[in-house]
Each structure stands twice: as C-alpha cells, then as structure tokens.
Write a protein that binds this ligand. Structure first.
Ligand code: RAM
Length: 454
C-alpha cells in the first residue's frame, strides 16, 4: 500500500533553462509551437482565474505531501480504505465480477459473445505487495532507478489512483516513484517536467498521461535519445514519442458501450449531452470517435437518438459542473448526459442532484465517488477499469524496459508483479500497447462492493 510519506513530488525548477546548452529553451518552445502550441494557447486564453485556482490546489497538495508524516496521517481513513479496498478487490475477483466484455455489442441491438473471463476484475486480484525497498534476491544492493509519473493534472483523483498503483509496484520492484506536479491540463507543463527530468539526469523512466498526442514529441524524443525509457498510460502520445502505451481497455468497447448505455437508459427519444475533458486529450478524443462511429453505423437503431455537440469541462470540477448546468438550461428536453471523465462524472452527479433533475447520466466514473448516484438511480450504471492497476502495470513496464528485458516491440513479454505475464501487442496507431483488460460495469448490484475498492 502507498505510504504518502514516500511520495516524491517532482517540480519543474526551470530545467528547460538548464537545457539551453543542449537544445535551448527557445528551440524547444519553437518546436512545441510548431507542433500546434497555437491551438493550446487559444484554449488557455481567458482562463487566468482557473490557473490561479489550479495553482492554489497544487500548492496545497505539495504542502500535504511534503509534510507527509503529519499532514497525510490526517487522512487515515483514506489509507484504511485502500487496504479494505485491496481485500474487497481480491474478493470481487474471486467472485468473478461483471466485466463489460460480456455486454457490449458491435451488432445493432444485440449482445456480443461473452468475454468476461479473464477480465480486468480478475486481472485486478491484489496478491499483496512485496513492499521491500531493495530488489529481492540481489546480493549487492544496487542503486535504485527513479521512475516518474507525469499525470494529466496532479489533483485529479483518477491520476492519484494511478500513482497509488505506480508507487506500490515501485515498492515491489525496487524503484523510486515520483509524481509530476502538473497544475493545469496542458502539454506545456508536461514538457517542462520532461525537460527538468533530463536536466536532473537521475530519472530512468517516464510514464506520461498525455494532454496532447503530438505536442510532447520533441521533448520525449530528446529524453529517449538520452536513454530515458518512455511509456504513455491512460492517454497516449503518438507512436514516435513512446516505447509502449499502457491501454486501459479497448477504445472501441468504451465508445460503443457508452452510446449503447445512453440509448438503453432513454428507451425512446434520447437527447444526449456529451461533456468531455479537453479537446486535445488523446483518450477522450478516441472514445468520442468510437461513439460517433456507433451512431453512424446503425442509423436505424439510433434514429431517435440526438447527440448534442460535445462540450468541454477541462477535467476540472467547477468547469464540468458549469458545463452540466449549461446543458440543462440550454436543452429542456435533455434526457441523458454522458461524460467519459472521472472528474466530469462527479460534477454532473452533483449538478443534477442540486437541480433535482430527472436527467440521467452515465460514463466513466470512480465507484467510490459515484456510488450515491448509482444507489439513487440518477446514474443507472457506468463503466471503468482499475486505475490503480494502470499505474501498477506502468511501473512494472518501466522496470522491464529499464532492465532491458523488453524494448516495447510487438511480441515482447514480461511479468508485471501480481498482474502476471503481459504481452506487448500492436496498436491501432501503428505503435505498441500493453492492454489491461475489459472495462467493468458498475450498477446497483455490485456498486456496494466496488465503492470500497477505488
Ligand atoms: C479522467 C481523466 C482520465 C480518464 C478518466 C476516465 O479523470 O481524463 O484520462 O481516463 O477520467
């Protein structure tokens, strides 16, 4: 289990300035701008207050983690929850909990063949952490490699869950975990951290959840040239910018399942709002493209399904809530909201509840946060996988890359701790992936148990 006193928060100390001699700060900025920085700047324009709030949240978080022994001991229930969670997780896996594979369908109206066996739930079995600081079995204590996780945004609860798994795998495989201080969901801050890691010279591997598929490329390529192993997780960087991507679940299954769920929930005329994160997030963009394909491929089935234009909550609580309220105000006939974001889900649940709205919602949420809405029926069901396992798998992948056991090419395989053997497969974008499993469906029948897990 993660001990917050062990977290190393990794901040940018203007490492880019330190890189001047090598590539030059303005050179990197120029490359970033050439890769589409203009678009990102446009998104950031007019968000001054958001930046201030994000900075305050970041400062609070860093303060918490730096005074870990005291401040983080003030959340013992959270930590007890995690251990209770591991136990419940193992029980769920043993009981063969519902994975989505059995339910989603590529056929209009029909359920596909069951694929529940070997699901993410089963893959999530917590077998306990080795917990040792040194690599087991080594006669000579070797220097520990540093593995850095760069989140989309550091206070996002989904990213924190990923880091929890990342740190627990590092405890097992003898690495030092660090968590990147990203205050705003932009590529720019992530680039700064990558440059800082290169300037510091002690980071062996970086796992990044991309805020933009292409903009990180120059920085990540420079890092790979220096021998740093690069993994993307949750939200992919393009194939040139990574050695391998940790894929949570099939993007096709996720996208189709959310449209199918919204159609079933409306059971007739559906007017559906879609609240995404940012327009540049690789994962949400991919899922939305599969949602659109589901609608386009089955026009008859969806002839009474009106998907409204996508709106963005920036993966931030307030903006997501504002987006939900604007949908309610702008569309009195709204029946359903889909949000493929953990942050969006909680915000939508709160907005609907405050308005006492009869609109229902679904998407990708944390069971621990969405349980009350599943229990009261405003979210009839939703999906997710285990974010702790995503981080855990990434840190074991980093170890295998660091040790030279794999290089990230198709056909590579290695043992990822309690998740067992994992194989590197070809990805739709021409790069490679390591797949966690199928998404899990959460409804009234199982939410009581899953809310204790994550
Ligand atoms: C959000 C993040 C993340 C996504 C989850 C479901 O918090 O955007 O990328 O995978 O939700």
């Amino acid at each position: 289990m993660i001990e917050f006193s062990d977290i190393e928060i990794f901040k940018n100390n203007n490492g880019m300035r330190g890189m001047r001699g090598m590539r030059g700060i303005w050179g990197m900025r120029g490359m970033w701008a050439a890769c589409g920085g203009k678009g990102m700047r446009a998104v950031c324009a007019g968000k001054g207050m958001r930046r201030v709030f994000a900075a305050l949240a970041l400062a609070a978080m860093i303060a918490c983690c730096l005074s870990a022994a005291t401040a983080c001991d003030s959340t013992p229930s959270e930590r007890r929850g995690a251990s209770q969670g591991e136990q419940a997780q193992a029980e769920m896996a043993a009981a063969g909990s519902t994975a989505l594979g059995a339910e989603w369908s590529t056929e209009a109206g029909g359920a596909a063949e069951g694929k529940a066996a070997g699901s993410a739930a089963a893959g999530s079995t917590a077998a306990g952490s080795a917990g040792g600081a040194e690599t087991a079995g080594s006669a000579e204590p070797t220097e520990k490699p540093v593995f850095l996780l760069i989140p989309k945004q550091m206070s996002n609860p989904y990213m924190l869950k990923m880091f929890e798994g990342f740190a627990s795998a590092c405890a097992e495989n003898g690495a030092i975990p660090r968590y990147g201080a990203v205050a705003v969901n932009t590529a720019e801050e992530q680039i700064d951290l990558i440059m800082q890691a290169m300037a510091d010279g002690d980071v062996s591997a970086i796992a990044v959840a991309a805020n933009n598929e292409d903009q990180l490329e120059p920085a990540l390529k420079a890092a790979m040239d220096k021998g740093i192993k690069i993994i993307s997780l949750d939200s992919a960087v393009n194939k040139n910018s990574r050695m391998v991507h940790i894929q949570q679940a099939s993007p096709e299954i996720i996208g189709r399942a959310l449209i199918q769920a919204a159609a079933k929930m409306a059971d007739g005329d559906a007017v559906v709002g879609l609240i995404s994160t940012t327009p540049y997030a690789t994962n949400q963009s991919l899922w939305i493209s599969w949602m659109q394909r589901e609608l386009d491929e089955y026009p008859v089935k969806y002839e009474r399904f009106n998907l409204l234009p996508v709106v963005y909550g920036d993966d931030l609580p307030e903006q997501s809530k504002e987006a939900a309220l604007a949908l309610l105000d702008g569309h009195p006939d709204l029946t359903t909201i889909i949000t493929p974001s953990v942050v969006g889900m909680l915000a939508v649940g709160q907005a609907l509840s405050e308005r006492r709205s009869s609109v229902v919602f679904t998407g990708l949420g944390l069971p621990s946060e969405i349980a009350p809405f599943i229990e009261d029926g405003s979210c009839p069901w939703m999906y997710l996988w285990n974010p702790i396992d995503i981080g855990y798998l990434a840190a074991w992948t980093a170890r295998a890359l660091h040790d030279g056991e794999i290089t990230g090419v198709e056909g590579d395989y290695f043992t990822a701790g309690r998740l067992g053997q994992r194989v590197v497969v070809g990805s739709a974008d021409g790069g490679t992936d390591i797949l966690l499993g199928d998404p899990i469906k959460f409804d009234r029948d199982n939410i009581g148990e899953w809310k204790l897990v994550y």
